[in-house]
Design a protein around this ligand. Structure first.
Ligand code: GLN
Length: 599
């Protein structure tokens, strides 16, 4: 029986056959091509960066692309993961809490993604178990193969149908050889068998070690793990060798010989100063044309469109590289040891810095070490401070001290989510005189709860997927700093992830002392942006949202632009020397009219 026959006749569970490969009714095998990116040797090789960079080049060429990340863990989403161990929790516009790689895809592709672009073993298994209860497996014993792998294939095909993608980029989390992702690898192997190998390009990322004592590149770990991939039935089409410097020809020859992949399809991919240079690096190595040829897509590409897109991207890289005015920005947090917990903030600062000519140096300040006595010492040399999102009481006193210092001494301040709530507590205590002001997250029975649970949150029990999550519209107050930063738009859209809010009982009291709420929910008394007026402070702004999640190299986030501009001025750069960026110049996905309205 041919593989095509397997596919055409047996798309649901049946007693007559062992084959099972579910697919949506509108699915046309062979119409969508798949690039599958796998990691060998170790995690952290930048599979997401590779995959998103290749997807970006394809998008530039006029092809429609859609990425998906398959996570091995059993959590249903990334919402309950500790960012200290796993990196930041990224939030999509539709409210999905997912892996930080989705942020890389959104930034690289300048495109909003959805729940279809992300799955976990938790989702796959719960879906299989639900179907079993609904009797969908017709009396069969439910097995890893074909039922669980069938569910994975179904996800990939549903994505292809929903997005009408020419190419789906599948990133398999973890490393070849992990128990957790073995069934994902099996699923893509089966799919290539069913739909034809010509519709699949398997890319193995590998790592070339260079032990200091030897001083030369060694390929053995790569060879061993690539063998394991072959043993899983996947013969990679392309091998991308990651290393700190360019990978020597001799090393690539060894890899080619041991893994059976022609030398011209074994590429070197060394470290770079910005992830955004990777697309050009892949182009330079010819990976894009190799993959296009393998998938038979060369005829469908639009060279003119690619030239235009390349120019726009090159302009960003040139701005990033030539940004010369040094500024120091402090990030006050408790997870300061792990940069991945702040990945999107680092990116947002880079985007704004590139547009405004600022070479930003980040200083990681541990909030547990800060207090009113030493805040000045720590913050005086900084040109701006950010208090990022967070949960719980640890380090809050240090953040309060930092915000107080920034407010009283004119240090540009940007508060993100928790950074807004703590700014409200600080203002309430030190300006309004509510000495017992606090958040009920920090002190449950506090007598002056200026920050309290959102009404919807009071009845929720348990954790996971139940905060106020995703994109919501924000109504901007005219004649405020936010209004001018957002190009005089009355409505914008931001992404949220919180349980607590400014207690509506205190809004008027805070306002009467000079706190300006310049962004509010259009449908509920939820305060979303606050600021101090320019005559009181050079830049003091905070938001209940996470604006860092929607900053992109081609569309820097306006609040970050305002903040970095103020930091440049604090560093001594004259206002007239800082480029002005017309917000209307950019696609500006932050505008509320580009996404589905949500209350
Ligand atoms: N802990 C706060 C809340 O739940 C802030 C959350 C955050 O910073 N993402 O509202």
């Amino acid at each position: 029986m041919s593989s095509k026959h397997v596919l055409s006749s047996l798309t649901h569970a049946s007693d007559d056959t062992e084959f099972f490969t579910p697919m949506p009714s509108a699915y046309e095998p062979g119409k969508t091509k798949y690039v599958v990116v796998l990691g060998t040797v170790m995690s952290g090789l930048g599979k997401g960066i590779f995959s998103s960079s290749l997807a970006k080049i394809f998008k530039d060429k006029g092809l429609s692309v859609s990425p998906i990340k398959l996570e091995g863990y059993l959590n249903r989403d990334s919402g309950t993961l500790n960012p200290h161990r796993h990196g930041e929790v990224f939030v999509l516009d539709d409210g999905v809490e997912c892996d930080m790689d989705l942020g890389t895809y959104e930034r690289m592709l300048n495109m909003d993604l959805s729940r279809l672009n992300f799955t976990t073993s938790g989702q796959i298994f719960s879906s299989v178990l639900d179907k079993e209860r609904q009797g969908k497996y017709l009396g069969r014993d439910v097995q890893m193969i074909p039922h669980v792998t069938g569910e994975v294939k179904l996800r990939l095909r549903e994505l292809a149908v929903a997005t009408e993608a020419d190419v789906v980029f599948v990133e398999i989390g973890g490393t070849v050889g992990d128990v957790e992702n073995a069934y994902y690898i099996e699923a893509v192997r089966e799919m290539a068998f069913e739909e034809g190998r010509e519709n699949f390009c398997f890319v193995a990322l590998t790592y070339i070690v260079e032990p200091k004592i030897l001083g030369e590149q060694k390929s053995k770990p790569a060879q061993m793990n690539l063998k394991q991939l072959n043993a899983a039935g996947i013969h990679p089409s392309i091998i991308a060798c990651r290393a700190s410097g360019p990978v020597a020809k001799k090393v690539r020859e060894k890899i080619a010989l041991f893994s059976n992949v022609p030398m011209e399809d074994v590429f070197s991919m060394h470290d770079s100063d910005s992830v955004y240079v990777v697309p050009e690096m892949l182009r330079g190595a010819g990976i894009d044309s190799t993959v296009l040829k393998m998938l038979g897509l060369t005829d469908r590409t639009d060279i003119k469109a690619e030239e235009g897109a390349r120019k726009i991207w090159a302009n960003y890289i040139a701005r990033f590289r030539s940004a010369a005015n040094p500024i120091k920005i402090g990030i006050i947090g408790k997870y300061t040891a792990v940069r991945d917990s702040y990945a999107s903030i680092i990116q947002s600062v880079e985007h704004a810095g590139a547009y405004l000519g600022a070479k930003v140096q980040l200083e990681w300040v541990d909030s547990t070490d800060l207090n009113d006595d030493n805040a000045g010492q720590q913050l005086d040399s900084l040109h701006g401070v950010i208090v990022p999102g967070g949960f719980g009481f640890r380090g809050v006193d240090g953040k309060l001290a930092c915000i107080r210092y920034a407010r009283e001494h004119g240090v540009p301040y940007l508060g993100l989510c928790y950074g807004m709530q703590i700014a409200v507590i600080e203002f309430a205590r030190n300006v309004c005189g509510f000495t017992h002001a606090n958040s009920t997250e920090i002190e449950l029975d506090c007598p002056e709860p200026v920050i309290d649970l959102l009404p919807d949150q009071k009845k929720i029990e348990g954790l996971g997927g139940n905060m106020r999550l995703g994109g919501f519209d924000v109504a901007i107050t005219e004649n405020t700093r936010a209004y001018s930063l957002f190009g005089n738009r009355e409505h914008i859209r931001l992404r949220f992830r919180h349980r607590y809010e400014v207690n509506p009982d205190y809004i008027e009291k805070l306002e009467s002392h000079g706190l300006v709420f310049s962004g509010r929910s259009p449908v509920a008394p939820i305060m979303q942006i606050l600021e101090l007026s320019p005559d009181k402070h050079p830049f003091f702004m905070a938001t209940q949202a996470h604006p860092e999640l929607t900053s992109r190299p081609l569309d820097p986030q306006p609040m970050f632009l305002g903040f970095i501009r103020a930091a440049l001025q604090r560093s001594g750069v004259d206002a007239s020397a800082i480029p002005t960026l017309e917000m209307n110049d950019t696609p500006h996905h932050q505008s509320s009219d580009t996404a589905a309205p949500r209350a």
